[in-house]
Ligand binder design. Structure first.
Ligand code: SF4
Length: 332
């Protein structure tokens, strides 16, 4: 199997007790069946504490339930009691693997790190190389998705990353071009010719207008909110500030992680809109820790992702015109 890793992947080191936003807080942790069986048999006081922390959620899954927003198995020093007593292999799959992500395309696998982890976010947002380290060879396997579509997405991902990394343009213009590029790719997927000339695309746009960002903030206020920290930030959100220095790397992360997944719904445009919203929200909440928090609250919450997918072509805050204005308007 061909395994692909982002260049920064092997530099990841967990911050453990020094983490500013432990992954053991804010969200219930899914416990796989094999681990649940081990936890059921775990002896002693720790076994009793582990079992007391488990519940069945609304989807019928076994989860470790947070207490006051935190995993009840954390020690005072912020370390995991299960890992301390029984080692890393005793953890459930989610805790063993986080923040490592794995996207299986049946003939190859793309690995990644979750932006929701502050240590991973620091690596991702400082990265300037969107290439991959590779090991193994492509698997000759029959696949269930449209192979031609995957090829098209692969062929269009690199030029898209190059557009986003092109510092000869202002960052907002690069992001606006990413949206226009996604529409050109969408047209090609729908059977039309692929036509994309950046200069002509920009020249065809109306002059950007100053536009209030409240609609987008309000959209985020209505999403599922996991942590008090995020609720508090949203409650006092201001308007758009300058582009954070990490914006191009942030955009590249979303593209590398999500673009190919359009094989599931043949819709690359909403994925780019999701990326644009993350970049715009980083203008309201700048800094690597805030960008990681946004990822945890929005990118990693499947209900919230569904809401974005629904909003992307129906909510006025997600209209092309609104996004393009926020991306391109410059204050005097
Ligand atoms: S969020 Fe990342 S750095 Fe923090 S405890 Fe979890 S894996 Fe470690």
């Amino acid at each position: 199997m061909l395994e692909r890793y982002p260049k920064y992947y092997r530099s990841f080191v967990c911050l453990a007790g020094d983490c500013t936003d432990t992954c053991c807080a804010g969200w219930d942790v899914l416990v796989d069946e094999e681990t649940a069986a081990r936890y059921a048999a775990m002896e002693g006081d720790l076994g009793r504490r582990v079992r007391a922390s488990l519940r069945i959620d609304q989807d019928g899954d076994c989860v470790i339930s947070m207490v006051a927003g935190k995993c009840p198995l954390l020690t005072q020093a912020g370390l995991c009691s299960v890992q301390l007593a029984h080692g890393h292999d005793a953890l459930c799959r989610v805790c063993r693997e986080f923040p490592r992500l794995r996207q299986d395309y049946e003939t190859f696998v793309e690995h990644g790190l979750s932006l929701a982890c502050p240590a991973a976010a620091a690596l991702i947002l400082n990265s300037t190389d969107d290439g991959w380290d590779e090991a193994g060879t492509l698997e000759a396997a029959a696949v269930e998705y449209d192979v031609d579509l995957l090829k098209r997405l692969q062929q269009t991902r690199e030029p898209l990353l190059a557009l986003l990394r092109d510092e000869s343009r202002p960052v907002g213009e690069s992001l606006a071009l990413a949206l226009l590029y996604a529409y050109a790719v969408q047209d090609a997927i729908d059977g039309e010719d692929f036509v994309f000339d950046p200069a002509q695309e920009l020249a065809a746009l109306p002059q950007p207008q100053k536009r209030d960002f409240t609609g987008m903030i309000d959209f985020h206020r209505k999403l599922e909110i996991l942590t008090d920290r995020w609720a508090e930030k949203l409650s006092r959100a201001g308007g758009l500030g300058p582009w954070p220095k990490e914006t191009r790397a942030l955009a590249a992360y979303y593209v590398n992680r999500h673009w190919l997944q359009a094989i599931s719904d043949r819709d690359p445009v909403w994925r780019i809109k999701q990326m644009l919203a993350a970049c715009l929200m980083a203008r309201v909440f700048p800094g690597a820790d805030e960008i990681a928090l946004y990822s945890k609250e929005v990118e990693h919450d499947s209900d919230n992702v569904d809401r974005i997918w629904e909003a992307a072509d129906s909510d006025p805050a997600w209209s092309d015109l609104a996004l393009l204005d926020w991306l391109r308007f410059k204050e005097d």
